[in-house]
Design a protein around this ligand. Sequence first.
Ligand code: GLA
Length: 391
Amino acid sequence: MEKEQWVTDGKAAFRSVFDGEPDCISVAPGRVNLIGGHTDYNDGYVLPVAIDRHTVVAGRRRPDRTVVAHSQTLAKTIRFDLSSVEQQRDASWGEYVAGVIDALNTESSLGGMEFVITGDIPLGAGVSSSAALELSVGALVRDLFDLQVDDRTLADRCWKAETEFVGVECGIMDQYAAAFGKADHALFLDCQDQTHDAVRLSDDVRIVVIDTNVKHELAASAYNDRVSECQEGVAEFDALLSHTVTSLRDVSVEEFERHAESIRQPVRDRCEHVISENDRVRMAAEALESGDSERCGTLMFASHESLKELYEVSCPELDLVVRCAHETEGVIGARMTGGGFGGSVVALVRPDTISSFAETLHKVYPAETGIEPDVYTCRTSDGVSVSTSQQ
Ligand code: GLA
């Protein structure tokens, strides 16, 4: 949907809950990550794309210290006083809202506010509805209270909200993609120094996202287990190598191979995935830069294989979709995106193959799993932006 439409929808959503008009409407995109699975919290590289699925927040200030947030998508309202933000721990969307407000409340004293949240990002599909919610709430608050916070700081505050307030040990990729996404481009993001280059996507491929519509129980605990296994790998390599190792980014493929035998399993496999994946992301960015989408696609398939075999975060449903992709001519690459154990696959597809690929998926996937997949072609999008009601 176009941005103008979102502004109109945001205003309408606001009017359906509150009297009068919102002052600002903010819009933030979801994302898919073309390659770089589980590298962001290891100070590595990722290649996300902001997609044309958005979270919209329309709101205005209040004369008191109360925050009222209504989710149109979930038909739920939360209300809290700014002095008791800390108590908003209900393990749901409200916690993300409270976390962002808490993280921004350090800039200067915020006042009360009321806003409505709407949008079309599928929840739990692995396209980061949470970061889009954080960034859109954050950008709205920044505008309403005229906070002197640049986009990088905003992304960082939203990341802190997720890691420190909500308690998910994620990396910075999702918040960064929602903040800095650029239409027609992927972001080659270095998670160590938090810089990025926009890499143009070629016109000869489309991004197709396939939501498996499964989310296995294991997802949250396995994510945190992988984070600690990688930390163990860092400690091992720091002891083994003559230079300091503060993250797996500091270990080369050659150093890994030299010492692999002495690292216990499954830590060795986890490290091998991360170290080789960083190389794949670099090569994929170079391939896209030079217009070689095929090469990027081949690296995506290799990434999936590594996530499945070495990092062990895939599941039969994700593997089935990637297998279908591999067997369909005109699908040049595919891999799971997001944390894993369900969620979505991202595929690079030739435009004239999209409908036959979708047809195959709608036939094969339900036949094997009993579940209908959601298949959608994504356009790329810019990062978060805010409009005032008058615009
Ligand atoms: C989740 C996290 C991201 C990233 C991916 C795996 O989506 O939110 O930070 O770690 O998993 O690449």
